[in-house]
Design a protein around this ligand. Structure first.
Ligand SMILES: [Zn+2]
Length: 180
């Protein structure tokens, strides 16, 4: 993992992050989320099936985003955040995103907050299924994710541009305008 590129990516425009999303993203990047594959060492005979798809093993690489359920949510997020969708490993996904030109373009901000939101909401859904016996569809998870990001976006101040108008239309949101 190229941490230098990643740190640059995180710290630039860091005030746009949604705090609780960033925290989970950070743990995911360090592979420190408490996934069940870690328990396999102590309890090798138990099953550690992913609660989202019921097929793969509950691990970082599976959840982000090789799991069928997670991948479906991620594909929707890529679509609305203008991220090039690729089926690859979690490490490569983060490396690709952090190497991408970050600039001050509104889409650079949207890409960042969207990947953090995707990780956060997939992780939350996984926990809800495991511990609260509560199940939502990919559409519901994606809807909640967009709703939360829209709330964040209304606090972002921007200069008028074609990118801004495009983002507003796609996300159905209104950014604040800078007084020039
Ligand atoms: Zn799965």
């Amino acid at each position: 993992m190229d941490y230098q590129a990643y740190y640059g990516w995180v710290y630039q425009m860091s005030h746009h992050w949604v705090y609780q999303h960033t925290f989970i993203l950070w743990l995911a990047i360090k592979a420190k989320l408490c996934t069940q594959d870690k328990l396999a060492r102590w309890f090798p005979n138990k099953s550690y099936t992913c609660s989202l798809c019921g097929k793969g093993n509950d691990s970082h690489d599976h959840l982000f985003f090789n799991c069928d359920f997670a991948c479906e949510v991620w594909a929707k997020v890529c679509d609305i955040a203008k991220i090039e969708f690729q089926k690859t490993t979690w490490v490569v996904t983060v490396e690709n995103l952090s190497k991408k030109n970050n600039g001050r373009n509104i889409w650079a901000v949207i890409r960042k907050i969207s990947v953090a939101a995707a990780v956060y909401h997939i992780w939350k859904e996984r926990n809800n299924r495991l511990f609260n016996n509560c199940k939502r569809s990919t559409e519901e998870v994606f809807g909640a994710l967009c709703e939360e990001l829209r709330g964040k976006m209304t606090t972002i101040t921007v200069k008028q541009s074609a990118n801004v108008c495009e983002a507003e239309e796609l996300w159905n949101v209104k950014f604040q305008r800078k007084n020039v």
